[in-house]
Write a protein that binds this ligand. Structure first.
Ligand SMILES: [Fe+2]
Length: 440
């Protein structure tokens, strides 16, 4: 509460300053103070692990003076007594100093715990902190160990107006599917990679949702900026906070840890790719990971679309290097971002000659989706699809969306909802004789 009261006092002072240069400097200071950590844990987030039935990552941050922290974890119970059987797991700490990389930067302690001996299909309660300052107890469920219905949420770029406008999307997504197994963020979570106030907006908008539904995230182009904030376009590097604030698997290619990886559910392999770097290296890795994949369903997420949804944003390299591998291994779904509009479509295995064929159309490779969740919008263009052999099934522009995907046996149901919670798009995939029947 102390921090909020202080902010109110400073904001009131600023109102009297008007819009002078001094006023801008004062505003910058207010925002910097708002984004800075204190002794209490904040930015608490769960990250999906390679084996979500048994393992999960937990991260948080505090001010840099906190040098140690731990997670307390127990099986959740109906009353407060579950705490009596909680266990303390010490955290790894890294100090990240973002003050060179962003003008609102500072040094902060980031804490990370990887829990890896969890019981499948179990509701756990946990809190983070130290002996003096702790978070509230959060709850999460581990995945089941045997093939079972599964569902997850997916959003495209949050990126702009994050607290102002993205908040209603992530909160509506949670209302629609509070039991979702994980939450995909398909890149450009923020606009300026290292900016502390933007990350603070992202965590404030999602609030406790980040601490209760495991995240799966990939970096977009906006997660890469120069490490000197005065030259943001030179020598772009991944957000300095990325590896410290997330805890994604490191089962991808060397050098792309926590940005290229896979997560295995009994019926589905989810593969996250980094479409910013090492496209060819990832193509080889992907081919191998898909060759070894025995899961019924395969879902990909990465930032730059194979079929672009807006003008002048074609990604030819991805299309030539990745798409043939998607098709070779019959990937089911490719969840993308970047274009700030909406398109959903696929490459049909054979042309649709008659109306009745529509009910039995099969697809070559995945159904591709481009979606946006934040407030920045670009005009839609269909030129990135037809000329490359793909057909759009649904399109939209100037609409903030989230998606809920559920898988049950041979059936996948995809639904896209706008920021008010209204249904915007829907299709199904049915597995039949080794093919995907695409019903939209
Ligand atoms: Fe982007």
């Amino acid at each position: 509460m102390k921090k909020i009261n202080l902010s109110i006092v400073i904001i009131l002072s600023f109102v009297n300053l008007g819009y002078s240069q001094d006023g801008q400097a004062a505003l910058d200071e207010i925002i910097k103070a708002w984004a800075a950590p204190n002794e209490f844990p904040d930015h608490v987030i769960l990250s999906a692990s390679e084996d979500p039935a048994h393992a999960i990552g937990i991260n948080w941050r505090t001010h840099v003076e906190n040098t140690a922290g731990y997670v307390e974890i127990a099986k959740a119970g109906p009353g407060p007594d579950f705490k009596n059987s909680s266990e303390k797991i010490p955290a790894k700490r890294v100090v990240i100093n973002s003050s060179e990389a962003t003008k609102d930067g500072f040094a902060a302690s980031f804490f990370e715990v990887q829990l890896d001996q969890l019981i499948p299909n179990t509701l756990y309660a946990y809190r983070v902190g130290n002996d003096d300052f702790k978070s509230e107890w959060h709850q999460f469920s581990t995945a089941k160990e045997t093939p079972s219905p599964l569902s997850f949420l997916y959003v495209g770029d949050a990126q702009n107006y994050i607290l102002e406008l993205w908040s209603r999307v992530i909160r509506n997504a949670y209302k629609k599917a509070p039991e979702a197994d994980f939450f995909i963020h398909a890149g450009d979570l923020v606009n300026a990679a290292h900016d502390e106030s933007e990350w603070n907006e992202w965590f404030a908008a999602g609030s406790f949702i980040h601490g209760e539904i495991p995240a799966v995230a990939v970096p977009g182009n906006h997660e890469y900026r120069g490490l000197d904030y005065k030259n943001p376009r030179e020598n772009r590097e991944l957000s300095v906070q990325w590896n410290a604030q997330f805890n994604f698997p490191t089962n991808g290619p060397k050098g792309l840890e926590e940005t290229c990886y896979y997560v295995d559910y009994p019926d589905m392999r989810l593969i996250a790719l980094n479409s910013n770097r090492e496209i060819e290296q990832q193509a080889q890795w992907l081919d191998k990971v898909l060759s070894e994949n025995e899961k019924k369903w395969t879902v990909l997420t990465y930032h730059h679309p194979v079929f672009s949804a807006s003008t002048g944003r074609d990604n030819e390299t991805l299309r030539s290097l990745w798409k043939p591998i998607f098709e070779k291994h019959q990937v089911d779904l490719a969840l993308q971002g970047h274009d700030h509009s909406y398109s959903r479509g696929a490459v049909y295995e054979k042309p649709i000659a008659m109306e009745r064929d529509k009910d039995q159309k099969t697809v070559l490779g995945p159904v591709y989706v481009v979606s946006v969740s934040g407030g920045k919008m670009y005009s839609l263009s269909e030129k990135g699809w037809g000329p490359y052999g793909a057909t759009i099934g649904k399109k939209g522009e100037r609409i903030q969306l989230f998606q809920h995907i559920s898988i049950d046996g041979d059936r996948l149901i995809y639904q896209s909802f706008d920021a008010t919670g209204a249904l915007f798009d829907r299709f199904e995939l049915h597995k039949k004789n080794g093919k995907n029947i695409y019903i939209d």
